[in-house]
Design a protein around this ligand. Structure first.
Ligand SMILES: [Zn+2]
Length: 238
């Protein structure tokens, strides 16, 4: 038995700003709060790990670490086990890269769904947002991030090549680019659209601008997602 998963869950989201490893405070103790001077190294480690989580600053990281310290062992271990289970159980679908517990996700293996349309999104959470709108019955492709060279995410980090491979296999009539309506999302849509020009028989569309500019798919209402899908526009001149 090994901890290595055959299809380990990939996350190519930019790490929080910090040192080269993306970890904040790894190399310096000087940023530690005065009240933590002399605290256990184990506690420092927990605080630093919390601080690496999105949206968590030093103060919140300290509060969470002290909460873990205070609660009974059983309670604290539930969090540890939940993290372990997510990392050991979940993987990326071998076809579309959506999160799944099996080799192929339930959407890819659903024969009722329309295989001639692929909706391209940045993250699995976008799949959930579109599914919640109830207005899409095709397949998906999760890029596992957005093109963001300033954050170190280059085209090779995204699952663009497997997408091109799927389209080249045939049977795909339309690719809907449903990346976020922000700078990175628009850049990513343009990049993927350029690559798809090599397969002229496929129609490439982009979600309508009904989505508020700068918005993330996961945060807009079901109706807006539905309208954006309905009013999608062509990316390539015909
Ligand atoms: Zn899949």
């Amino acid at each position: 038995m090994t901890d290595e998963h055959p299809f380990p869950l990939k996350d190519r989201s930019p790490r929080p700003k910090g040192n080269a490893s993306g970890r904040i405070g790894r190399t310096s103790r000087s940023a530690d709060s005065p009240q933590l001077a002399g605290a256990s190294e184990v506690l420092h480690t927990l605080i630093r790990e919390f601080e690496c989580l999105p949206g968590i600053g030093r103060k919140t990281a300290e509060r969470l670490a002290y909460y873990v310290l205070r609660v009974p062992v059983d309670e604290a271990m539930k969090l540890a086990y939940a993290i372990r289970d997510v990392k050991k159980t979940l993987r990326n679908c071998k076809t579309c890269f959506h999160i799944t517990e099996t080799q192929e996700c339930t959407i890819c293996s659903d024969l009722e769904r329309d295989s001639s349309t692929i909706c391209v999104v940045e993250q699995s959470k976008d799949v959930y947002a579109i599914e919640a709108s109830g207005s899409y019955r095709g397949k998906y492709h999760v890029l596992l991030g957005a093109f963001a060279p300033l954050d170190g995410v280059v085209p090779g980090d995204l699952t663009i090549e497997p997408l091109l491979g799927r389209v080249r296999q045939g049977g795909v009539e339309e690719v809907i680019l449903a990346t976020n309506a922000n700078f990175e999302g628009d850049g990513t849509a343009l990049l993927v659209s350029e690559k798809l020009k090599a397969i002229p028989e496929v129609r490439v569309t982009r979600l309508a601008r009904g989505m508020p500019s700068g918005s993330h798919l996961e945060h807009v209402s079901r109706t807006i997602v539905s309208d954006a899908l309905e009013g999608r526009r062509e990316m390539h001149d015909s």
